[in-house]
Design a protein around this ligand. Structure first.
Ligand code: ME8
Length: 535
């Protein structure tokens, strides 16, 4: 057996300033789907998420809530963990920037870079956005002096501060970009180069003295580390970088591991410019990809966000529609690199069309017909003779190949689409072959058997493909078909013919049909409570 290839995948660590909303869940669900897919493909996966718990904004929120910052973030981090549990997120670790294991790494990194001359003490004057905890230059804030990210007013701040010598690394960074054109897929790097690097990237101010809720540096403890530098280091502190036991780090940040960060577009800059610079300064390898996904917007095009208070939690949606429906909608309906809107109509239509009509229905019809025409036993597999059945096997291979290509490129939207297209091979075949007609003709017994057989394969293969998204229902479908353990494994996905003679399990409806008007009204209400927008 060749050694498993290591795959390290991360989401951002979410600001522990308030509860999570469906925008964050979107980021987490697509990443989780990739992690699950990679595990299915035999990779040794490590999937990290966590909480970003330092900074002025969080200290302010804690004060407003009448709590000590640590007690405040302890509570928020617990809600994060509970939410991810409710969404069946399969993260292997949950890092908090207040974890001692993380704080130590931040301090050690600071000392290392200070000693090697990549960090120096200077004075900072700049435009600061309190909400985004980001400093901006004159050209970035423009004449109106507003934050380019959130549009809020920025103010001037001056303080003694340490700087990271970014300028030194620009040639090396540009060379890296050139040599790794797929570092940031979909051309999402050009904007970064044009906006931030070409106009001249300044050294980055990486400490603050105006507040204390952060990691104090050992050399000068009135300084705390800038929240973004603190936060970015989570990706390696969680693996045990610079700790007594760095086995995980050697493994998942090793040269043979595949490393992918998933981030939303508004934090592209930090992950594609400053994070690589930090890693270069530390003499570490860079990630293979920073995958930049789009954002969920309100219907009038505003980002759903915690600070604007316009975004609902995923929990009521899970309670009403089930986790799999919500996960499926997010993955399938919002094209991964683009912004999308949570639209009640699209939600209801997508669930009814793909999960109820295509998937649930195919399972139901197939099982009922096997019960009716074959006493509940899957007929024997034989080389198919009927042209439509032969074609169905070819189409299974076609969509399966397409699925793998898309999922390998992290395109979960197209991956899910290929899986449903594969399921629809079965629905089309039922229309063409009309098993109820074949059943009446004794000369068509073989054709009926091969038709029913291929339908079970469509469902088996399709369910394995859907499993990263439909984390309970796909397995439930395999249970109803009574597919043996071995034939559920991804490595057996292309092995056809092993289901002959299986007694099918108990039938039940996978997804109830949603009443369009009723559910659209419910969803519009739920969303509008937060966004203040009406359809
Ligand atoms: O940025 N739609 O934290 P965060 C889709 N702590 N994704 C969204 C979204 C939306 N409406 N709103 C937020 C931070 N996100 C930092 C990260 S990592 C070293 C530090 C995504 O809680 C957002 O794009 O504000 C980002 O990828 C993630 O949620 C965390 O956002």
């Amino acid at each position: 057996m060749p050694e498993k290839k290591c795959f390290y995948i991360t989401t951002p660590i979410y600001y522990a300033s308030a509860n999570l909303h469906i925008g964050h869940s979107y980021c987490e669900v697509i990443t989780d789907s990739i992690a699950r897919y990679k595990r299915e493909r035999g990779f040794d996966v490590f999937f990290l998420t966590g909480a970003d718990e330092h900074g002025q904004k969080i200290a302010k929120n804690a004060l407003a809530a009448g709590k000590e910052p640590q007690a405040f973030v302890d509570e928020v981090a617990k809600t994060f963990k509970d939410t991810w549990k409710a969404m069946d997120i399969t993260n292997d670790d949950f890092i908090r920037t207040t974890d001692p294991r993380h704080v130590e790494v931040v301090q050690k990194v600071f000392t290392k870079l200070l000693n090697q001359g990549d960090i120096y003490l200077g004075k900072y004057e700049g435009w600061y956005c309190t909400s985004d905890e980001a400093f901006w230059t004159d050209s970035q804030v423009g004449e109106k002096h507003v934050c380019p990210t959130c549009g809020r007013e920025v103010h001037k701040e001056t303080e003694e501060a340490y700087f990271l010598n970014c300028k030194k690394y620009i040639p090396q960074l540009l060379k890296f970009y050139e040599e790794h054109p797929d570092f940031v897929p979909d051309g999402k790097l050009n904007e970064m180069i044009n906006t931030f690097i070409k106009p001249g990237l300044e050294d980055l101010c990486i400490t603050r003295t105006s507040f204390s809720w952060g990691v104090p540096i050992k050399e000068n403890p009135k300084h705390v580390v800038y929240v973004w530098i603190d936060a970015l280091l989570n990706y390696i502190s969680a693996l045990g970088y610079l700790s007594n036991d760095d086995t995980r780090f050697q493994k998942y940040w090793g040269k043979n591991a595949e490393i992918v960060h998933f981030v939303g577009r508004e934090i592209n800059r930090f992950h594609t410019i400053y994070w690589p610079i930090l890693l270069m300064a530390l003499g570490l390898r860079l990630p293979d990809h920073v995958y930049v996904h789009g954002l969920l917007l309100t219907r009038s095009g505003v980002k759903l966000s915690k600070s604007l208070g316009n975004a609902p939690s995923p929990l009521p949606l899970i309670e009403r529609y089930g986790l799999d429906s919500l996960r499926y909608y997010m993955v399938r309906e919002v094209p991964i690199g683009e912004d999308g809107t949570f639209t009640p109509k699209q939600f209801v239509d997508r669930i009814n069309m793909d999960l109820v009509n295509s998937y649930g229905n195919l399972l139901n019809r197939t099982l009922s017909m096997i019960a009716k025409y074959f006493d509940g036993v899957i007929p024997s597999y034989k080389e198919p003779l009927a042209p439509a059945v032969k074609q169905a096997y070819q189409d299974i291979n076609l969509y399966l190949n397409q699925y793998e290509t898309e999922m390998d490129a992290y395109n979960v939207t197209k991956g899910a689409d290929s899986a449903i297209n594969l399921i629809n091979i079965g629905n089309k075949l039922i229309e063409v072959e009309a098993p109820w007609v074949l059943a009446k003709d004794p000369l068509k017994k073989d054709e009926l058997a091969e038709t029913m057989y291929v339908l079970t394969e469509v469902l088996r293969v399709g369910s394995i493909m859907l499993r990263p998204f439909l984390v309970t229902k796909a397995e439930e479908a395999l249970n109803q078909l009574n597919v043996p353990f071995e034939e559920r494994q991804y490595q057996s996905i292309r092995t056809y013919g092993k289901l002959s003679g299986i007694q099918i399990g108990t039938m039940s409806q996978l997804f109830p049909r949603l009443d369009k008007d009723k559910e659209m009204a419910y969803l519009a209400d739920l969303i509008d409570v937060h966004t203040g927008e009406h359809a």
